[in-house]
Write a protein that binds this ligand. Structure first.
Ligand SMILES: C[S@@+](CC[C@H](N)C(=O)[O-])C[C@H]1O[C@@H](n2cnc3c(N)ncnc32)[C@H](O)[C@@H]1O
Length: 251
């Protein structure tokens, strides 16, 4: 099929755009509802994963960093405390407000917030030293994950790094996937009836890829490599989560 400008776009492309739009609207609604409570409970696993992402980032004062799906600023604020200039991006304005309120209470002037879906973010080419994201990119549709990795490659300066710390697992076909799923079920089951209700809801989301759309670390690395990243690596931090990193090669 030709792709001459002005030609009608193939139906599949309209379908993808509609899916992206629906996904963005769902994420915005869900996370705005959870903005007040999300980072109040200090989940030990999440804290460990974020700490590993920070270690891999090895941020230096003056670096320009972008945190995709920043939420209340778990990574963005930590980067700013270490002297980086940070842009936190989130689909939920309520989340960005929380991050900025915390930044101002700590007198961190090097943090700005952008309310935007990651899928539609546009930044100047070669303007960023670090693109980082914690537990956000698994919410994106698979085509959008690939698009964002390619976009991040464009935003980064040569030598810059893309770090994704996130829930990473496949569709339950490997032993590791099954172990992760079983351990999550065990944790939720301990909470009694509310836990069983969460198991049902999460099983639906995972099986039908409604809001939770994790892919394996290997699949992330393939996306990184396809976009041009080098030195790609993955480290497993807790059962369900890895930190995947890649570098935009020096020209
Ligand atoms: C699990 S929370 C993680 C928040 C934060 N990174 C942290 O470590 O606490 C996921 C965050 O991703 C954001 N998010 C989900 N989908 C998004 C999208 N398509 N574009 C931008 N932000 C998104 C949500 O609003 C939410 O703040």
């Amino acid at each position: 099929m030709s792709n001459v400008p002005g030609d009608p776009k193939p139906l599949a492309s309209w379908g993808k755009k509609l899916s992206t739009r629906l996904s963005i609207a769902t994420q915005r609604r869900t996370w705005t509802r959870r903005a007040d409570t999300w980072d109040r409970h200090n989940d030990a696993g999440m804290t460990k994963v974020a700490a590993k992402a920070m270690e891999v980032a090895n941020v230096q004062p003056g670096m320009v960093c972008v945190d995709l799906g920043c939420g209340g600023g778990r990574l963005a604020l930590e980067l700013a405390r270490r002297g980086a200039t940070v842009v936190g991006v989130d689909v939920s304005g309520a989340m960005v407000d929380r991050m900025l309120a915390q930044a101002s209470s700590e007198r961190l002037e090097n943090v700005t917030g952008v309310v935007s879906p990651i899928e539609r973010l546009s930044l100047e080419a070669s303007s960023v030293d670090l693109v980082i994201s914690n537990y956000a990119l698994h919410h994106l549709l698979d085509d959008d994950k690939a698009k964002v990795v390619r976009a991040a490659y464009g935003w980064l300066r040569p030598g810059g790094r893309l770090i994704n710390s996130d829930m990473m697992l496949g569709r339950g076909t490997t032993t590791q996937d099954r172990q992760v799923i079983a351990s999550k079920i065990r944790v939720m089951a301990k909470k009694g009836i509310p836990g069983y209700w969460r198991i049902i809801k999460n099983a639906g989301r995972y099986l039908f890829r409604l809001r939770e759309r994790p892919i394996t670390p290997e699949a992330w690395i393939r996306l990184y490599q396809a976009a041009g990243f080098t030195d790609c690596s993955s480290v497993n931090v807790v059962a369900e989560a890895n930190v995947v990193s890649g570098v935009k090669a020096l020209a």
